[in-house]
Design a protein around this ligand. Structure first.
Ligand code: SAM
Ligand code: SF4
Length: 327
């Protein structure tokens, strides 16, 4: 089992499969993109399989596949097939922009992979395309509705961006009220490849909640798992639920159960911290699984207690882009 130096059990791995993306969301990267790494620096599918299986052998029971955009990677379904047969892995989830998932929906369903987070930061087409800088709203919307109606557990990730999409907070709740979906509003974090810096946000979790409460006074708080990063609610009369994630305020660190491995094999024990080690060379040099497991163990035993503490050791953290970290 992976237990950190603050006695937190890590059972949730966020595994990035690429740093590349076909969108250019303005809160994630500059319009010209970032310096994407060379192909041979990305973990291969065989290496990703090995990471998944060694992690599960150490008590990870939930893996979220992320990126970059996971489906720009042509061989990603090979990893999905492998993971869906992995004993002990109870939950496989995906975070995607839903532009390219369409052709894979049937197979994902057949594999029993049901938990899909779709990033959708506006319900208005023009606003969405301004934020993502690409003309793919119709495809995303179509895939989103298909995923919901085909019975996937869909959560929408909506980053609240000052001056860009706040007018869509209430509209998306209205549009989604008849669907079995959770709309999660996230605080913006300054992981945008250096294109925008800030120390404060207007739309923190309290402001988001107050804004929704003003329009819908009858809101019920839902019971959430202790390790949940979102505070979850339901509006009376809505089939959908909504959540708010204090990703920048970081109120949830005490129960953090997450480990991140980037597409290049960096092990990140806190989103706000420096990568603590890299697995890629070890995976390439050693066929001894015990050595790899040992590195994972060692890495988690030196983990910052909170995102604020981690950030102190890593002053350049906000030069990074979320497409390299994996969200
Ligand atoms: N491309 C996929 C997608 O967009 O869903 C997966 C990777 S993306 C980096 C993972 C998550 O990080 C998305 O939900 C995205 O909205 C979120 N994200 C990216 N940049 C962010 C930022 N600066 N602040 C908060 N969340 C961010
Ligand atoms: Fe791509 Fe996701 Fe970043 Fe948008 S948030 S640019 S979809 S990696």
């Amino acid at each position: 089992m992976l237990i950190d130096n603050h006695n937190r059990v890590l059972n949730y791995l966020r595994l990035a499969v690429t740093d590349r993306c076909n969108l250019r969301c303005n809160y994630c990267m500059p319009s010209e993109g970032i310096n994407f790494v060379k192909n041979d620096q990305l973990l291969s599918i065989a290496e990703l399989k090995r990471v998944a299986s060694l992690s599960v052998a150490q008590g990870i029971d939930k893996i979220r596949i992320t990126g970059g955009e996971p489906f720009v990677r042509k061989d990603v379904m090979e990893l999905m097939r492998y993971m869906s047969a992995l004993d002990g892995l109870n939950d496989i989830s995906i975070t995607t922009n839903a532009t390219l998932i369409g052709p894979h929906i049937d197979e994902l369903k057949a594999l029993g992979i049901k938990n899909i987070n779709v990033s959708l930061d506006a319900i208005d087409k023009a606003t969405f395309e301004r934020i993502t800088r690409r003309p793919h709203y119709d495809t995303v919307h179509e895939n989103l509705i298909r995923l919901i109606t085909e019975g996937f557990n869909v959560r929408i990730n909506f980053i609240v961006l000052e001056g860009q999409n706040e007018q869509d907070i209430l509209s998306i709740l209205e549009v989604m009220r008849h669907y079995p979906v959770s709309v999660r509003f996230l605080e913006e974090m300054p992981f945008n490849g250096g294109s925008k810096q800030f120390e404060h946000i207007k739309w923190n979790y309290k402001a988001i909640f107050e804004h929704i409460k003003e329009r819908y006074p009858d809101i019920k708080k839902l019971v959430s798992p202790v390790t949940s990063t979102s505070i979850n609610y339901q509006i009376k009369g809505h089939q959908s639920t909504f959540g708010i994630i204090p990703s920048f305020s970081r109120t949830f660190c005490g129960s953090c159960n997450r480990l991140r491995i980037t597409a290049t094999g960096d092990i990140i024990t806190c989103l706000y911290g420096k990568p603590k080690a890299n697995l890629r060379d070890l995976l390439r040099q050693s066929s001894d699984d015990e050595v790899v497991k040992k590195l994972l163990q060692q890495t988690v035993s030196n983990r910052a207690k909170t995102g604020f503490e981690a950030q102190q050791e890593h002053q350049a953290v906000f030069d990074s882009s979320m497409t390299s970290i994996g969200g």
